[in-house]
Design a protein around this ligand. Structure first.
Ligand SMILES: [Fe+2]
Ligand SMILES: [Fe+2]
Length: 478
């Protein structure tokens, strides 16, 4: 592993030569204690003395970016890492296509860029806050380690955005950086910016659904920001994506192991009635489907309105691209292109062709849905393997939406436009209710922290972390 350009002696590990810019370094060193204060208050509860087997980014090259060791989380080395610059990188889309990528914030796009950075940055501490109580009900040391890994990396993602704010946005950037530590997930007076990040994550099924669905929204947002003509943002997001991949792995395998365990118990005991399944101490597939419906639909809202002039402006200016922009074979300007979006006309859902530039949120949502579907297919593979006929399905895109063309309409999971009262009557069939949450939480009443042991409601993973055995001591309680 190489440590070139890596300053590990600084208080703040970085590969941006922080020591050369004294003013910036001091500003970030000033923000750092506020961040640590936030971590003590809002980071994982009762975790500060635990020794956790974590990976820490120490270098951005392919082999060396992750080093594993036991760390007490308040001592985690949160650092600032950008992938190395691409020589002569250009803006790859929009009206500025072909010009050199910006190394400083272009004045006319300053507030739009700041808004993009702040909105992304706000999601990072929010998810840590949402998950802070889950350690006390962990199903194993392996799972406990994984949630802590996700939490410290979301903290690092906050650092990544705060670096941009401090380095490139002057006084208002510093103020935004402070506000990022002041808003709180679910707080009535100072909520986080986006809806899904104010929803509670009350149990481990919700945590795994969140990391599968909502962290994956993060992936798609980061991918489109990694195309940005503002080069520091692009390079930051590229590196964040390497960490994000693990979060989605945790989510997909977490739900997959729960599904697998339920299907195995159903097959062994020859039961399929949800009450009987619950009585065996595993989560019935119907409840898993309701959680899926919830997390999928609130996450779809995060992509924004189907038709959005903001999205068009971000693209045309060169600030936010499409998913895998440079691999797409078109003019990357989209002035004549069209894209299909859905609208509700009376009691029918119709497809309308609109200017592609205005439909970029919808396009990103569609890219996301494709990837989500393949994860659901893999979960269904585990159910099929046990010979159980049940299949998990993604509800219709319009189901339970609060933003965009479907907002205010009552769409069933199979895509029918319904009278509102009928929809509300059926709600408890489709979305988790208080009895579902109470049941799931009753299964998770205590934590499982004996080495190699797993709660009854989840299958062990196929392999451990970093080639360690599954029964490795991933967290030391001392
Ligand atoms: Fe993140
Ligand atoms: Fe994440």
């Amino acid at each position: 592993m190489t440590l070139d350009h890596m300053n590990y002696i600084d208080k703040i590990p970085n590969n941006v030569d922080l020591g050369r810019d004294r003013v910036l370094q001091r500003a970030l060193e000033h923000w750092q204690p506020a961040y640590i204060g936030w971590w003590y208050d809002m980071g994982p509860a009762e975790s500060h003395n635990l020794e956790v087997y974590l990976r820490t980014a120490i270098s951005v090259d392919a082999k060396g970016w992750a080093q594993f060791d036991y760390v007490k989380m308040p001592d985690y080395r949160w650092g600032i890492f950008l992938v190395p610059p691409t020589p002569d990188r250009q803006i790859n889309f929009g009206v500025n296509k072909g010009r050199p990528a910006w190394q400083e914030v272009p004045g006319e796009f300053r507030s739009a860029l700041r808004r993009l950075v702040v909105t992304q940055g706000d999601t990072e501490p929010a998810s840590v806050e949402q998950q802070r109580m889950l350690g006390s009900s962990c199903p194993s040391l392996y799972d406990l380690r994984n949630i802590f890994q996700v939490n410290v990396e979301e903290g690092r993602h906050l650092w990544a955005m705060v670096y941009l704010l401090h380095r490139y946005f002057g006084r208002d950037g510093r103020e935004e950086a402070e506000s990022l530590l002041e808003r709180r997930s679910g707080d009535a007076d100072h909520p986080r910016i986006l809806g899904a990040f104010n929803e509670p994550t009350p149990d481990w099924l919700a945590f795994y659904m969140f990391t599968f669905f909502t962290d994956r929204d993060g992936k798609y947002q980061l991918c489109s920001l990694a195309e940005s003509g503002f080069d520091p943002l692009a390079r930051t997001c590229r590196f964040m994506l390497t960490e994000e991949a693990h979060h989605m792995f945790v989510g997909e395998t977490g739900v997959g192991r729960i599904v697998q365990r339920t299907a195995e118990v159903m097959a062994e005991e020859k039961v399929d009635d949800p009450d009987h399944v619950r009585a065996l101490g595993v989560i019935d597939l119907q409840t898993i489907q309701r959680y899926l419906n919830f997390h999928y639909s609130v996450t779809l809202d995060l992509f924004g309105s189907d038709v959005s002039s903001n999205a068009a402006t971000y693209y045309t200016s060169g600030l936010k691209g499409r998913y895998e922009e440079t691999r797409l074979d078109d003019d990357h300007i989209l002035s004549d292109a069209t894209y299909d979006v859905m609208e509700v006309h009376g009691d029918r859902i119709v497809t309308m062709s609109v200017p592609a530039l205005t439909a970029l949120n919808e396009r990103l949502r569609d890219d996301y849905i494709l990837e989500v579907q393949s994860g659901v297919d893999r979960w269904n593979g585990a159910i099929a393997k046990s010979g159980i006929p049940f299949r998990l399905t993604l509800p219709h895109k319009g189901f339970h939406r609060a933003i965009g063309n479907f907002a205010g309409h009552s769409i069933s999971p199979d895509g029918r436009v319904m009278p509102e009262a009928a929809w509300k009557n059926a709600r408890s069939k489709w979305l988790p209710g208080s009895d579902d949450y109470a049941f799931v939480q009753s299964l998770m009443a205590g934590r499982v922290v004996d080495r190699g042991k797993f709660a009854n409601w989840i299958a062990p993973p196929r392999r451990g972390i970093n080639s360690q055995p599954v029964d490795f001591e991933y967290v030391r309680f001392n």
